[in-house]
Ligand binder design. Structure first.
Ligand SMILES: O=C[C@H](O)COP(=O)(O)O
Length: 253
């Protein structure tokens, strides 16, 4: 499982860089503009320069409206600015068709610029609270659009968590649907160390985190702490080892 960490700007990205050996993807967002709030192009560029060259930079394009042209142009902006993972939160899409239309436009805009960029279609575990597309529709939307990954996050950051809205069994179904379509499955939403066992067992490819690696577990008032990134990764590694050992036992019995 890859660890994606979301700093809110250059200063926190530098703290991520100090823990670069413990993380896999640095994800640029602007949390005060929403769960997947988009940051400025110059911030993406500065963060690209601040983190080690072999650490991929992701950028969120925003909690986007159902406006394929607008969103495609914004996604291209993120790619031109140096992000190689482009994440789109389909906040304003109420049907799978709308989500697919937006994501198709994004995929074309991004891949015309850079074929090796990865496009991530993100929905929301608490979609029922904001009126957007059902979370379990995301793998199909992503696949139909030619995206590379399907993701879930929470739209409202009020302390409720991924599993409060989409329990582990439903997340497992999300992962199954993504993998059946050849996609990466990414999960986020106030994920804590205690969630890493289930997330590992269901085969999550990418876990996205901010609050759990901020001081006091507070994604708004707390700042990202390199030692908390290291501790989070240590728990991920421990869970991966346990899962591998359990799989070995099953294989020989
Ligand atoms: O993409 C990951 C999100 O930023 C997760 O943030 P959170 O762990 O504070 O919910």
């Amino acid at each position: 499982m890859l660890l994606l960490i979301s700093p809110d700007g250059v200063e926190e990205a530098l703290d991520c860089a100090k823990a670069a050996e413990h993380l896999d993807i640095v994800d640029v967002k602007k949390p005060d503009e929403g769960s997947l709030g988009a940051n400025f192009p110059w911030v993406i560029r500065e963060i690209r320069e601040a983190v080690p060259a072999d650490t991929p930079v992701s950028a969120t394009v925003g909690d986007v409206p159902y406006k394929p042209g607008t969103v495609a142009q914004a996604a291209l902006g993120a790619a031109v600015s140096g992000a190689t993972y482009i994440k789109v939160g389909l906040y304003g899409c109420t049907t799978p068709e709308q989500g697919t239309e937006v994501m198709r436009a994004v995929v074309r805009a991004v891949k015309d610029h850079r074929t090796d960029a990865l496009v991530v279609a993100s929905g929301y575990a608490d979609a029922h609270r904001v009126g957007c597309v059902n979370p379990l529709a995301l793998p199909d939307i992503a696949a139909r659009a030619g995206a590379d990954a399907a993701m879930l996050d929470t739209a409202i950051k009020d302390g409720s968590r991924l599993f409060d809205h989409v329990p582990p069994d439903a997340c497992a179904e999300f992962v199954r649907r993504a993998h059946a379509r050849g996609l990466l499955a990414a999960l986020a939403g106030s994920v804590r160390q205690a969630d890493l066992g289930p997330l590992t067992r269901i085969g999550t490819d990418i876990v996205g985190v901010r609050g759990a690696v901020c001081a006091g577990g507070d994604r708004n008032a707390g700042r990202i702490q390199p030692h908390l990134i290291a501790a989070f990764r240590a728990e991920m590694d421990r869970q991966a080892r346990e899962h591998a050992a359990a799989a070995d036992v099953t294989a020989v019995s």
